[in-house]
Design a protein around this ligand. Structure first.
Ligand SMILES: Nc1ncnc2c1ncn2[C@@H]1O[C@H](COP(=O)(O)OP(=O)(O)OP(=O)(O)O)[C@@H](O)[C@H]1O
Ligand SMILES: [Mg+2]
Length: 353
């Protein structure tokens, strides 16, 4: 989309002069021959830059500038004041009114073109930075909402389904005791039913635990990570050795859950891809960083291997970590195993809760 310039000047020759000055620049030029019209047009079209003459009958340029700035929609639009009053006092008046830059009249066309180009470039950069910041903030809110939702589902699973199944199982047990006196075959069928119910219960427990590691809330990060490693070892049959700093500090919830999710994905990746015999998990602090490392002695991978896969695991980890103000570092090469580390700054006030 071409950049929009609004030129405010009461001189009848101004449009032709400006058309000539900006010929070939690809801008969309609009003109106003007085302050009132300028304010109306600016409000309607939100230009990318405003070139504003000072000496105009009725409302002068300074007043126009002040009024533009008082409109929240136009508070950030770059304004260049064009003035024949090339003295200190009028420059100060311009700054006070909210102008960003000045050019002496009659304008040097070359200089005008360069100034406009530079300001537009800077402005676009500022817009990009703002957009990126708001995207990051939104992503952070989405992740928090997702974790809240998981917490909710986990609680429902545990409290509702889990409790209902336990009650169901107790009933089955009682029935089995009653029936076993009369009919052994029935008792066998019930035994199978009870075993199946037990398996379902265990699945629900694991699912609830995966969705929201309640240990994070009750015993803190270190214990939750340790428990996850122990359960993972039991499930996968792969040896995991754990080395956690004794005095590793408690972290804000957002950081704890980020490290927990990192561990889940990193261990799952080892089982899915590495064919490793041994995994090492370390948790420690170094300088201002909390570091969680998962190392394996498996197949490893090269950078080009990584580029070919379309997995969302590592990308998701990176994004989560970025939102928490940290980063992921991967060190891997074919047949030499993989080390994947999460670095999180210990002091990130914006995410503490
Ligand atoms: N510990 C590891 N050992 C060997 N290769 C790995 C290891 N971790 C990751 N990889 C490689 O990196 C790729 C990307 O991992 P990523 O977690 O992003 O995706 P994925 O596991 O393939 O799929 P997803 O996580 O989305 O289910 C994997 O496909 C695998 O080739
Ligand atoms: Mg993965």
């Amino acid at each position: 989309m071409p950049s929009k310039l609004l030129i405010v000047d009461d001189e009848p020759s101004a449009p032709a002069t400006m058309e000539a000055a900006f010929a070939g620049e690809g801008y969309d030029l609009d003109f106003a021959d007085g302050g009132a019209l300028a304010i109306k047009k600016a409000d309607a079209s939100l230009p990318d830059i405003i070139l504003l003459d000072v000496m105009m009958p009725g409302m002068d340029g300074f007043e126009v500038c002040r009024r533009l700035r008082s409109n929240p929609k136009l508070a950030e639009v770059p304004i260049i004041i064009l003035t024949a009053l090339d003295d200190r006092a009028s420059r100060l008046a311009g700054i006070e009114a909210g102008a960003d830059d000045f050019l002496a009249k009659p304008v040097d066309v070359q200089e005008l073109r360069l100034r406009v180009r530079t300001i537009l470039k800077l402005n676009r950069y500022r817009t990009l930075v703002t957009q990126r910041e708001s995207l990051q903030e939104m992503a952070s809110r989405v992740i928090t909402a997702q974790e809240e939702e998981r917490k909710h589902i986990s609680r429902e699973l545990h409290d509702d389904f889990g409790q209902a199944l336990i009650a169901h199982m107790l009933n089955l047990r009682n029935l089995q005791i009653d029936l076993s006196k009369k009919n052994n075959e029935f008792s066998q069928t019930l035994e199978t039913l009870i075993a199946d119910t037990n398996k379902t219960l265990e699945k629900i427990r694991l699912l609830a635990q995966d969705l929201r590691p309640t240990l994070l809330d009750t015993l803190g990060l270190k214990k939750a990570l340790e428990t996850y490693c122990n359960e993972f070892r039991a499930r996968s049959g792969t040896s995991i050795s754990i080395d956690f700093d004794m005095d590793f500090p408690e972290l804000p919830d957002m950081h704890s859950i980020t490290l927990y999710r990192f561990l889940q994905e990193a261990l799952t990746n080892v089982i899915k891809h590495a064919k490793a015999e041994q995994i090492w998990v370390e948790l420690y602090t170094e300088g201002n960083n909390a570091i969680l490392t998962v190392q394996d002695n498996g197949l490893g991978f090269s950078d080009s291997d990584m580029e070919q896969v379309k997995g969302i695991g590592i990308t998701g980890m990176r994004e989560r970590m970025l939102i928490a103000g940290g980063e992921i570092r991967i060190n891997s090469s074919p047949s030499k195993g993989t080390i994947i580390s999460a670095y999180l700054p210990l002091e990130n006030k914006s995410l503490e809760n």
